[in-house]
Design a protein around this ligand. Structure first.
Ligand code: FAD
Length: 457
């Protein structure tokens, strides 16, 4: 009997899974392995919301494997050591894994390759598992990655997608394979109450419903904060419970302006992944320096606390921050406004905001989170790095009735539409009764400080 190991990482699905398909084609039996690496936890990537979603994904993957005669094998420990132990226990001849884009994933690949090579075992790394188009598959003439979205999008759209891998009917695993018990969300505390359920099964159901009844209206509705008319597929994509290749194919088959706008957003995801794959340090360092002397916990501690708690006095920013805490998710327009407010109006280091998002977001993703934060802060790939979003004007535009604000900021339930985005204009008496804070900062003062800092006054 020949055996191959498939190391599952951020690709927790059976549909359209190139590493699993290749392993099944190459060996009689397969060990589907997930390693809970304490190194990942130590780096702060084990936020409770994502741990809960991960537990759902692992449970669902195990159930799907069992229906095919297999099971998921979980081991805890440093990933290279655990993979090597499983390989030795079953005399496996090959290991298959999806390519990753983070510095951690690059190091894991390198160290695995070296360790396995010592025993003559081949490591097969598969592209376009976590993205629709593999990072590096399309590059401009003069660089190893695209630094601007529009030309990337143009090239990406012309790039052919790989074929979908058929879902295996059977996944034979070796007899007596040893696994630790899988984690369960029931054992976790500190979860956001409105957290979605994870797993490939849920993800596929949601895609079906989305393509049937959400996609067509995406173009006109995706920025409407109260309408909540986006797919909410981001956590399933982050954990690889859905295949981005399959998703893009499905949307294109559906066709129409809604599908086109949606696929464009999935392209943003690939865009950030190809930037991070080429510049892994962009997870923590400015992609482009603007010589900022950001404020941080030491000199802006109270402002940061107010921002995190959703009591800045700017209703749309507060609504977004409260949605984050309650759902572990935030509307994209909310993310833009909350991030612009922190980095530009309060002039706080983007890393402080990115860390807080990673502590709560169920879709918290190094490529998408850090590079979107850098985009908003103007240290990333935005071609207009000094633009500042005005939370009042943006609130009126993207939440004209104030329904989003009222949903998350109950203090403002009874404020009439006209003033819901600027409650400080209410008569003093009425304002005092609200129990809602006054603005933390005057927008004009924030703007002036930012422009001075960027040398644009
Ligand atoms: P939809 O609008 O339905 O879009 C479909 C998919 O396209 C999303 O699921 C997502 O995978 C991708 N996508 C959409 N917008 C973007 C974008 N701007 N950049 C990259 N991919 C995109 N997304 C994350 O997945 N994880 C994060 O940690 C994350 N952090 C962010 C932080 C900031 C400051 C900002 C401004 C954006 C961040 N985003 C992040 C991007 C975006 O806000 C979310 O992907 C989106 O809101 C998820 O909701 P949805 O699935 O309904 O998206």
């Amino acid at each position: 009997m020949t055996v191959a190991v498939v190391l599952f990482t951020s690709d927790l699905r059976l549909h359209d899974h190139p590493p699993l398909r290749a392993a099944l084609a190459a060996a009689d039996e397969v060990v589907p392995l997930f390693v809970d690496d304490p190194g990942v936890r130590a780096a702060g990537f084990d936020a409770p919301n994502r741990s809960a979603f991960l537990a759902d994904c692992l449970t669902d993957l195990d159930a799907s494997l069992r229906r095919r005669g297999g099971r998921l094998v979980l081991r805890t420990g440093p990933v290279v050591r655990e993979v090597c132990s499983v390989v030795a226990e079953h005399s496996a001849a090959q290991v298959h894994v999806a390519a990753g884009v983070t510095g951690y994933a690059h190091r894991r690949e390198e160290r695995l390759r070296d360790a396995l090579a010592k025993s003559g075992i081949a490591l097969h790394v598969h592209d376009a598992v976590g993205t629709a188009v593999a990072p590096g598959a399309v590059t401009p003439a003069s660089s190893d990655h695209y630094a601007v979205f529009t030309p990337y999008h143009r090239r990406w759209t012309q790039e052919g997608l790989r074929e979908i891998c058929p879902t295996p009917r059977a996944v034979p695993v070796p007899d007596g394979v040893r696994s630790e018990p899988l984690p369960s969300r029931a054992s976790l505390s500190g979860l956001s109450p409105g957290l979605p359920v994870g797993g490939e099964t849920q993800g596929r159901e949601r895609v079906g419903a989305w393509v049937r009844s959400g996609l067509s209206a995406y173009e006109e509705g995706h920025d409407d904060l109260a309408g909540d008319a986006t797919s909410r597929l981001s956590p399933y994509l982050h954990f690889g419970a859905l295949s981005p290749v399959e998703l893009v194919r499905q949307a294109r088959e559906h066709g129409g302006p809604g599908a086109e706008a949606f696929v464009r957003q999935v392209c943003w995801r690939d865009f950030h992944h190809q930037v991070l794959a080429a510049r892994p340090t962009a997870s923590a360092e400015n992609y482009r320096t603007r010589h900022d002397r950001w404020r941080g916990e030491d000199d802006a501690g109270e402002d940061i606390a107010a921002w995190k708690e959703g009591r800045t006095g700017y209703p749309v920013v507060d609504a977004a921050m409260r949605q984050l805490r309650h759902e572990g998710w935030m509307h994209n327009r909310g993310r833009l406004l909350a991030a612009s407010f922190l980095t530009k109006t309060l002039y706080v280091d983007w890393r402080v905001g990115a860390r807080h998002f990673l502590d709560l977001l169920v879709d918290g993703d190094i490529a998408n989170n850090q590079l979107n934060w850098q985009w908003v802060a103007g240290t990333g790939t935005d071609t207009r790095p000094h633009r500042v979003l005005n939370p009042v004007a943006q609130g009126k535009r993207y939440d004209p009735s104030g329904a989003y604000v009222r949903r998350w900021v109950p203090e403002l339930t009874d404020v009439q539409d006209r003033l819901v985005h600027e409650p400080w204009r209410l008569p003093q008496e009425q304002r005092d009764e609200l129990g809602y804070p006054r603005p933390l900062i005057d927008l004009a003062d924030g703007l002036a400080r930012f422009q001075r800092a960027r040398g644009r006054d």
